[in-house]
Design a protein around this ligand. Sequence first.
Ligand SMILES: *Cc1c(COP(=O)(O)O)cnc(C)c1O
Length: 371
Amino acid sequence: MSERILVTRSSMPPYEEYIEAIRPLWDTHWLTNMGIYHQKLERELREYLDVHELSLMVNGHMALELVIQSFGFPRDAEVITTPFTFISTTHAIVRNHLKPVFCDVKSSDGTIDEEKIEDLITEHTVAIVPVHVYGNVCNIERIQEIADKYNLKVIYDAAHAFGVKYKGKGIGNFGDASAFSFHATKVFNTIEGGAVAFSDHKIYEKLYNLKNFGIRGEELVTEVGANAKMNEFAAIMGLCNLRHLDGALAGRKEIYDFYREEISQIEGLSLLDENSDATKNYAYFPVVVKDCYGSSRDEIFERLRENNIFARKYFYPLTADQACFKNKYRDADISNARKLSKQILILPMYEELGRGNAGKIVSLLKKKGGR
Ligand SMILES: *Cc1c(COP(=O)(O)O)cnc(C)c1O
């Protein structure tokens, strides 16, 4: 039996490097609560992501949930978002007692269809939560124009967009805030972790309260906060992984370029559009399986699985179609999203995948129709 190839493989620094880096914790016994490594990672990531302000969080979901909470929207207000995403995006809205209004996506790149947003706006709309899905940048200018016109907040789910630059600026500089994920499966990880990027310092204070019980002094609690702090072991993992990130990205780029070259020649398979104003982080490799390919997306998925290759159907089903949300919210036409979710397949992509494995995956994709 050949080795199992999963859709990704978590980046880890050399063992000795991490062990050496955590050794000082045995002197200080300071394991969490915004310690020195938390502070250091916050500084280094602010620089790497090219953003004004950053607040580290225990994970990407809490980053998104708490930054939505930080705006203090009225209960039951409406938030326009995309169903073509990880369930976390919709959960973060609903757990804030807000109503998601699902907007369709563009088949060309999977991001929210900015031309369909305006029709969904009502007097109850307070925000737009778009997703830079697979690191593909949303139509930032148009979304901001709509938000300005209707006085809405824009909070990006940037979980996939770590390190992406748009028109020379860090992706976290757009909208009112952006939430990143540093989960083990993401392109940069702190085991579990995340962060919110923003420009308004008032958000920093608010998020600090929300992630640390609202504690502002030994005898002072000013707000009903949660606990969403990143611990020192996670922060050190991030500091180590950050040092190796350029190498990891170079490795991913090689696989990405190879896939792109080979797969663009296979009839019936297509790739999503790339935005020439944006850089890439090579986080995912989505392939669209068209009707004319000869096998369905699910058939390819199975064929790969029989060969011990575990691609993923991100994002199928749509969040709007999940048991917990189905038929609960205002129905918009999300037919492009539904169609894309039935055609999309994410191929394995990580630094150590190797040309040999990538080649094997490509040749399985070339065997159309039969097995
Ligand atoms: C991973 C992810 C999240 C949640 O991040 P966690 O760090 O796993 O909590 C949110 N949104 C999207 C689109 C994601 O892929």
